[in-house]
Design a protein around this ligand. Structure first.
Ligand code: PRP
Length: 184
């Protein structure tokens, strides 16, 4: 009998890494003001958990809003076409935008989001991702979607927990775990 779940990154390591990321982000955005705070855009649903901890550890003026992107998979586009479901209309003109993401995988989601807000007048668009899977990146997207703030670089394993799901299950697991749905 094999195990369905194996801990990859335990809770305490995630929490301390988020504190480090928050310190870096706060230092880099030290110039932000109450009049022009950093605009934090959390991608629903998975990143809500990471965002909740990260945002509360920041020490610079910021605003939080939410976006949602859905990927459609079919035979013609097996890697999925992402489209905005929420947040396309957010006014980012002149704003420093920080996208908060749970995982950058193929990079298509962050490519769409970063290009969209850049083209709509953001002063800057950066990415903070809890997890990064660079081995999965689509050719041509490598540099463009690399997180500016990356919690953990992980190999190509299927992970759940800390916001990441399998068919909407296991998001609430307190650790990032490798999941094997075929294990019995
Ligand atoms: C997952 C994840 C990222 C995206 C990464 O979202 O949360 O947003 O996929 O994949 P990519 O780099 O290949 O584009 P999902 O659509 O599963 O939504 P969820 O956050 O609601 O689970």
């Amino acid at each position: 009998m094999s195990q369905a779940f194996t801990t990859l990154i335990p809770n305490d390591k995630i929490r301390s890494r988020i504190s480090e990321l928050a310190a870096s982000i706060s230092a880099d955005y030290a110039g932000s003001t109450e009049d022009n705070p950093v605009l934090l855009l959390c991608t629903l649903r998975g990143a809500a958990f990471f965002a909740a901890d990260l945002v509360r550890a920041l020490t610079v003026p910021c605003e939080l809003d939410f976006i949602k992107v859905h990927s459609y998979f079919d035979d013609v586009n097996p890697s999925g076409i992402p489209v905005f479901e929420l947040g396309r209309e957010i006014n980012v003109t002149g704003r420093d935008v920080l996208i908060i993401e749970d995982i950058v995988d193929t990079g298509q989601t962050m490519d769409l989001v970063k290009r969209h807000y850049t083209e709509h007048g953001a002063k800057s668009v950066r990415i903070a991702a809890l997890l990064n899977k660079p081995s999965r990146r689509l050719p041509g997207l490598k540099d463009m979607v690399d997180p500016d703030y990356s919690g953990f670089e992980i190999p190509d394993l299927f992970v759940v927990g800390w916001g990441l799901d399998f068919n909407e299950k296991y998001r609430l697991l307190p650790d990032v775990m490798v999941y094997d749905p075929d294990a019995v």
